[in-house]
Design a protein around this ligand. Structure first.
Ligand code: NAG
Ligand code: NAG
Ligand code: NAG
Ligand code: NAG
Length: 387
């Protein structure tokens, strides 16, 4: 009781002192204010007379455009520029429903009424740091007009890229993504949706922090932009790890004959990116009926796109990976693996089909590489990677 009264008392005291101070200051303050107001009024009257005089003698001709341009932001007219300028900042306050809705808006006229540069969006799905960033920086250098970068990392991760880094401020608002779960596909959709906000992005490549490019930028851009198909792995695999993961409850949206399996690491064009982001038909089915041991990130996009746009798919991935050691995870390569033999092995892979023709150039990217591989990769990048 005592302490409460005491504190109340001191509060009252505090109020009194504040009041006194205010009262003491009031008189001179209000006088000064009045003087100031009168002065201002006088100036305003003088100014309006002067400006009327100037308008009458049209001296003002030069002044009006100046005033207009200074206040332009207030009366800015809609211009095409507003719709084609990429967002200046990747941070935004949209949640996924709002973002996906916005990203799924598509122009209905095929021809763009301006010179559109078709960029590749490189989307890095990571846990935290990007240890191979220096190699990617070298890969991108000099091609600034033809790519954009997006990074999705754990929300708890605080990136610290140097000021000169191309990865600086390329983080998108992220959420936790778990392997084999729908949250992983949602993270990929989030990357696509953010990248779709830039109308210049035409191709969308998903990468991880353990990926490297196998060729220089020019070769990668040419290969992707000249392809008639998008590189989404999609195979109809019999057996327990393929069709065996299908759940009959997915009908009628998904039939067993539609069921596909493919690597998570894809390249899709803008149309397929929108298909993925706008999907409300298949998402609930996969979320409900494809749970471990059905790894949804291996089935959702390949199956959905096979139903929706089979004619646009190359049905293979551009990302080389080594499963030969067996087990649940592919092999990781470190410092000791970066040698002639290793890169010969990658380029000696079986032939594949590119624009309906057989080719031996099947992969543009490779995984998985440990941070220790960075040194030798940088040292021999000209020899092994062509940049
Ligand atoms: C996003 O916000 C809207 C409006 O507040 C809400 O209706 C919607 O459910 C939210 N979506 C998600 C995925 O949180
Ligand atoms: C677009 O680029 C072409 C060639 O690069 C040029 O001839 C044309 O005038 C440009 N069009 C516009 C609208 O800028
Ligand atoms: C699945 O597809 C096959 C062939 O397209 C068809 O005969 C069958 O009726 C379909 N099943 C369902 C449940 O839709
Ligand atoms: C990919 O597979 C689909 C059917 O799943 C097929 O329609 C399409 O032609 C295939 N793409 C290529 C390039 O062969």
């Amino acid at each position: 009781m005592k302490s409460r009264v005491g504190s109340q008392g001191s509060l009252e005291e505090g109020k009194d002192t504040v009041n006194k101070v205010v009262i003491n200051q009031y008189k001179p303050l209000s006088l000064r204010l009045l003087q100031f107001l009168l002065l201002f009024l006088g100036l305003a009257i003088v100014f309006s007379f002067v400006s009327m005089y100037m308008v009458r003698y049209s001296v003002v001709q030069n002044v009006i455009p100046m005033v207009q341009s200074r206040f332009q932001p207030c009366f800015q007219q809609l211009s095409l520029e507003r719709w084609i300028r990429p967002p200046s900042n990747l941070l935004h306050s949209m949640n996924d429903s709002q973002l996906f809705w916005r990203a799924s808006i598509v122009p209905q006229i095929k021809q763009y009424p301006f010179n559109r540069t078709r960029k590749i969006a490189f989307m890095f799905l990571t846990r935290g740091p990007l240890p191979l960033a220096p190699l990617w920086e070298r890969f991108f250098k000099g091609n600034e007009k033809l790519y954009s970068i997006y990074v999705h990392s754990l929300p708890s991760y605080n990136p610290d890229f140097p000021h000169s880094s191309i990865f600086l401020d390329r983080q998108i608002p992220s959420q936790v993504a778990e392997w084999g779960r729908m949250s992983m596909c949602d993270a990929e959709r989030r990357l696509l949706a953010n990248a779709l906000l830039d109308i210049s992005n035409e191709y969308f490549v998903l990468l991880s922090e353990a990926c490297i490019p196998l060729h220089n930028f020019k070769a990668v851009y040419h290969y992707i932009s000249k392809s008639r198909y998008s590189f989404m792995g999609a195979v109809d695999e019999p057996g327990p790890y393929g069709r065996g993961r299908y759940n009959p409850n997915m009908t009628p949206e998904v039939n067993i004959t539609d069921w596909r399996k493919g690597s998570q690491w894809f390249e899709v064009n803008r149309k397929l990116a929108v298909d993925i982001v706008k999907d409300e038909k298949y998402h609930p089915k996969f979320e409900q009926f494809c749970r471990p041991a059905c790894y949804v990130d291996e089935h959702y996009f390949p199956t959905m796109l096979t139903i929706e746009s089979p004619g646009l798919l190359a049905n293979r991935s551009l990302t080389w990976v080594d499963w030969s050691r067996g087990g649940a995870h592919p092999a990781t390569f470190g410092k000791a693996d970066i040698n002639d033999q290793f890169f010969k092995r990658i380029s000696d892979s079986p032939t594949c089909v590119y624009n309906n023709q057989p080719t031996s150039l099947c992969f543009l990217f490779a995984r998985k590489f440990a941070p220790s591989a960075l040194g030798p990769l940088l040292q021999h990048s000209t020899k092994y990677l062509g940049f």
